[in-house]
Design a protein around this ligand. Sequence first.
Ligand code: 2AM
Ligand code: CA
Length: 265
Amino acid sequence: MTNWTEIDEIAKQWVKEAGARIRQSMQESLTIETKSNPNDLVTNIDKETERFFIDRIQGTFPGHRILGEEGQGDKLRSLDGIVWIIDPIDGTMNFVHQKRHFAISIGIFEDGKGKIGLIYDVMQDELYHAFSGKGAYLNDTPLAPLKEASIEEAIIAINATWVTENRRIDPSILAPLVKRVRGTRSYGSAALELASVATGRIDAYITMRLAPWDYAAGCVLLNEVGGIYTTTDGEPFTFLENHSVLAGNPAIHKIIFGDYLHADR
Ligand code: 2AM
Ligand code: CA
């Protein structure tokens, strides 16, 4: 039988250790390359951190499979068995330019269902952690279930580029939403934005394209506090493919989907 408590303890330990290595590496010069476009960055630290996890997972849990952003893990076509979905650095642009506001994001799934979610804000030394059915925590403090919220008092996370140009949703749909809410934010790390929804610091997060490693851990956190996540078309996530994302407090998710995104179709 799978010893989930052991996996949980070891995963937390590795995440902290990897974070300490990243903090140490900040003194050294970075090798920065671009991927799909000139703003899609990857550094030697992204790759080394992914390698760190792969070596440890393969050494300790040889039956587990790994889906990692930098592609050094397995080529997966299903989520059968136990799968670690890993983003070694979520928010690489923040890592490179700001040296803060980036996270290690790890979702551990069993047969497609999220069991453990870990999002480690490396520079703040803040670990968001969820274990399916046992709640979500920020370090040792339990996160409260999300409460009823009003859209006029909501803060939503959305990147300005999606409001000005958007192939999926007409900008004229998003502009009135941005006007109606109390405020908008953009943190530049999907994992930290999803963690912020889970803590209630923001009420919703909208983005047009995320990969499984960007959203997997955040979804495990949201499950534990009653947060809702779908694509902007209202569809469930596959955890294997890229999706648009609308994640939020249930009341706010309902209004944004019903009054704005759904109305667009
Ligand atoms: P990354 O830093 O791991 O690449 C930025 O708004 C957020 O979107 C970050 O979490 C970033 O993750 C993610 N992101 C950036 N470019 C992306 C892309 N082309 N596909 C999917 N997610 C992306
Ligand atoms: Ca990344």
